[in-house]
Design a protein. Sequence first.
Length: 283
Amino acid sequence: LLLTPQLSGIVWGFDQALFGRMVRYSLPMVVIGFAGIINEMLDRALLKYLLPYDVHTNMKMLGIYSACYKLSMLMSLFIQAFRYAAEPFFFAYADKSDARQVYAVVLKFFVIFCVFIFLLVTLFIDVFKYFVGDEFRAGLEVVPILLLANLCLGIYINLSIWYKLTDRTLMGASVSLAGAALTIVLNIWWIPLFGYVGSAWATLACYGSMAILSYLLGRKYYPVDYDVKRVLGYIGLGIGLYFAHGQLLAAIAWQPWLLASALMLLYVLITALCEGRQQRRLG
């Protein structure tokens, strides 16, 4: 009885205008989700058919790639948790006067933490490799590539607020479809040439291109003053420390875990120094 219109105050009727707005906003989001599944799963679906070996070897290579893919899940889990928390925050904060400045700060610290995860997994790969079987460790070279790909995906998620807050989800869908098309083309092209490493590079190229395209469109439709130089600087620092780790291991007689810890500490110190200096300058 309490749910009847007379007692609850519900007015019967169908709001066609509201329904039209909902459909125009939500249907492109379905396309975005579908394109996201293509970007995430298509490489493993194609590997068993496009690798230039017999069926047994192709499945073995697929198993190696899939096992090593799991080592990038630490980044994926953080990004997924961030998405669940950040998107409601972005919408709730959109009406604030300093919303765009806050969005820029969120992206910067998001990148700082993701680069930390990248270094944690890649520098201590001798530890993380035990999460997969010995027969799958031949594919560990794809782990840094996939971690960077997930970092680009996270950046894209941050940048995608422009089409969500301005109700331009159809344009957002076009970005996702462009990424899906790139995923299809590059996998078909690179898998026969480079094997599962080609799939990893295709994933990085897809998410990197989507992040760049979303940034350029966002500058037009919902400009946010992102600190691009600092964001790229932290990513470059992480990649540089990763390559330095490989060179230093061959040059000095340090234990791998000790060298990795020193480089992780160096990243934290450089980040803290840069951010502290910026805060003092702004203050």
